[in-house]
Design a protein around this ligand. Structure first.
Ligand code: HEC
Length: 121
């Protein structure tokens, strides 16, 4: 009886772990994301005042800047879909990602940068 209970408890604990953000290395990824800045000064300014407030904080559950593994499935949706997600809001992200006066081109540059900081302006 007691053993069955322990097994069930262990199973419940293991299952509840699934919904939590990946903790392995997330502090390192977070620290690394905070070092990254877009090279284009206009994009860098927007990034600093809007996207960075969540996309460098693992607790927000936003895919972190430079976390290419987290961004790969997102990028797989296609840029148009991603820009739409930002404009309309998506999950925990408010509409426009807190940049109300950003245009599509700027959103694209911001997404490219966050998904792959090494390869973008
Ligand atoms: C208030 C926090 C917050 C801000 C500010 C924010 N984001 Fe997000 N973002 C999130 C969260 C949380 C997710 C993950 C949502 C989910 O998957 O449920 C996300 C996901 C995304 C995605 C993936 C969408 C998809 O369809 O998978 C893109 C692209 C994105 N953000 C771009 C941006 C850009 C560009 C900015 C700045 C203009 C920005 N975000 C600002 C919280 C934020």
């Amino acid at each position: 009886m007691t053993i069955t209970r322990i097994v069930l408890l262990a199973a419940a604990l293991a299952l509840s772990g699934c919904g939590k953000p990946a903790s392995t290395g997330s502090q390192e990824l977070e620290a690394a994301s905070r070092q990254l800045v877009p090279q284009d000064p206009e994009i860098a300014a927007i990034y600093a005042r809007s996207c960075a407030s969540c996309h460098t904080v693992a607790a927000t559950r936003a895919p972190l800047t430079g976390d290419t593994a987290a961004w790969a499935p997102r990028m797989g949706k296609g840029m148009d879909v991603l820009v739409n997600s930002v404009v309309n809001g998506f999950g925990g992200m408010p509409p426009f990602g807190l940049c109300m006066d950003c245009d599509e081109r700027q959103f694209e540059a911001l997404i490219q940068f966050m998904a792959n900081p090494g390869a973008t302006p």
